[in-house]
Design a protein around this ligand. Structure first.
Ligand code: F0G
Length: 481
């Protein structure tokens, strides 16, 4: 189902599902929101959910499950070894991806740990269309270096390019020529490229990357965590995919990949992860690490209930009615904000609506974390929390210098099938108010800074009393809510 044309002329995304279970929400007054963000050290990860109205932090582990997933959880076969539930999940992965082996893990980054330990050696390089935070951390931890031969358009926030997640083939080849294939640990393609705004790669590009890998005897590793969104965009935007089913496109993608891993907190709408491959040699090496870090080979740190839910969720992902909801809601949000002049990442991607903080608060230098400041300001103005995806999400270099991010984004994730169009309209309204009052927003500084993945639990403070001034203006314009 696409966007339906209404008799009134309006065109809005229409959900092909209905809620059966609901959770009560609370919107706390603006003065409490101000206190809460101060208590959280201006880090939206540290907010308590009781202060959050709309949770747009992430889609990870918070997509709504279907009735069939919930029903499947009730028949889970609980046993340490040999669980029938594992066999179901194993069979589903084999059927969907056409791969011979499946290794269960507790979540996506656990796959990255296993893959990096097996394939990354000190001094090796991992070319990728773009890094993800945990991927970079694991590759670096194993002595490798991440290099990003992405297309130039990837970092253009106002673009019309349908596949900004594509790899630049010439840059990839040049990298291999420069360092030699033996110095390349593997080539990584990330579906629905997270940190550049949920942008897809094309099937054509993946096939071209695979040709280069084959010519140089390199493994192609696919991060399929955001595959659902990437599949939707291939079907919508790529000529060769128009007449293929989602299942057929998935097979084409997996046939081009040597190793596929995914966070099932995203793909499959449950909680867990897994690695699929037909490469026996690599499989055997990775298998040894599963009982060490994850758990026995038939659960890998997941509860059997979640494994049941993932098996059903992966099947449901093969349905366009299921995978279109996220990207269509996001496109609605992006279009409405664009109409109001708010700088958003275009084209609309998957995962969430991404606001270009570098343009929104262009008076805040990158060293004062514009995307983090915008995330805090948006929470004060709305009670909705987004996630900073900018310099705070980077790590300092080996000399302790700040690594300024390519992009400063405020990500407003739209978990699948959770929020309604009126929730999005509320968020759009509050962003519009914030944009009109953007000069009130000021910068942040770290007061507690962990050395790795600092964005998760680092604490910051405002560089002036701008949060108080913002809350005061909000009360004058809109009252206490
Ligand atoms: N790869 C990608 C592309 C991801 O988006 C994530 C998680 C992971 C790997 C790691 O998976 O969380 O299950 O360990 N992304 C979440 C997010 C955290 O909010 O974007 P995980």
């Amino acid at each position: 189902m696409g966007n339906i044309n209404f008799y009134s002329g309006e065109s809005i995304p229409l959900e092909m599902h209905k809620p059966k279970i609901v959770q009560k929400l609370k919107l706390v007054p603006v003065q409490r929101r101000l206190e809460a963000i101060r208590e959280a050290g201006f880090n939206t990860f540290l907010l308590k959910n009781s202060d959050v109205f709309i949770d747009m932090l992430t889609d990870s582990g918070v997509n709504a499950m279907s009735d069939k997933q919930q029903a499947a959880m009730m028949v889970a076969d609980d046993s340490y070894a040999g669980s029938h539930t594992f066999t179901k999940l194993d069979d589903t992965c084999a059927e969907i991806f056409g791969t011979s082996y499946f290794l269960p893990t507790h979540q996506g980054r656990a796959c990255e740990n296993i893959i990096s330990q097996v394939l990354v050696r000190p001094g090796t390089i991992v070319p990728t269309n773009y890094h993800f935070t945990t991927t970079l951390a694991h590759i670096t931890l194993n002595g490798g270096k991440v290099v990003e031969p992405h297309i130039d358009e990837a970092l253009n926030t106002s673009s019309k390019h349908p596949f900004k997640g594509n790899m630049d083939l010439d840059k990839l080849q040049a990298l291999i020529d420069e360092h030699g294939a033996d110095k390349i640990a593997f080539v990584r393609m990330e579906a629905g490229t997270n940190l550049i705004g949920g942008q897809p790669f094309s099937l054509e590009n993946l096939a071209d990357v695979k040709k280069i890998c084959d010519r140089n005897s390199l493994l192609l590793v696919l991060d399929a965590s955001l595959l659902a969104d990437n599949l939707y965009f291939m079907k919508e935007r790529e000529e060769q995919c128009k007449d293929l089913s989602i299942r057929e496109i998935t097979r084409k993608i997996s046939d081009l990949s040597d190793i596929i891993y995914f966070s099932a907190r995203k793909l499959g709408c449950a909680r867990g992860g897994g690695i699929c491959t037909s490469n026996e040699e690599v499989y055997l090496k990775m298998r040894e690490l599963i009982p060490l870090y994850e758990g026995f080979l038939t659960y890998g740190g997941m509860s059997v209930r979640e494994m049941e839910a993932i098996a059903v969720g992966l099947e449901e992902t093969m349905d366009m009615d299921m995978i279109n909801q996220g990207p269509q809601f996001i496109a609605y949000m992006v279009d409405e904000l664009e109409k109001r002049g708010v700088p958003v990442v275009t084209p609309a991607g998957g995962l969430g609506c991404h606001i270009n903080a570098m343009a929104f608060v262009d008076h805040i230098p990158q060293e004062e974390y514009p995307a983090g400041a915008l995330a805090a300001a948006f929470f004060i103005a709305s009670g909705a929390r987004g996630m900073e995806r900018g310099t705070i999400s980077e790590q300092r270099d080996e000399h302790g210098n700040e690594t300024l991010a390519d992009l400063e984004l405020l990500r407003l994730a739209v978990p699948r099938r959770v929020y309604t169009l009126s929730h999005l309209k509320y968020a759009i309204d509050r962003i519009t108010w914030l944009y009109e009052n953007r000069k009130l927003i000021g910068g942040l500084k770290f007061v507690e800074e962990p050395s790795t993945l600092r964005f998760f639990f680092g604490r910051l403070d405002a560089l002036s009393d701008w949060p108080e001034q913002l809350a005061k203006k909000f009360e004058e314009d809109l009252g206490n809510l």
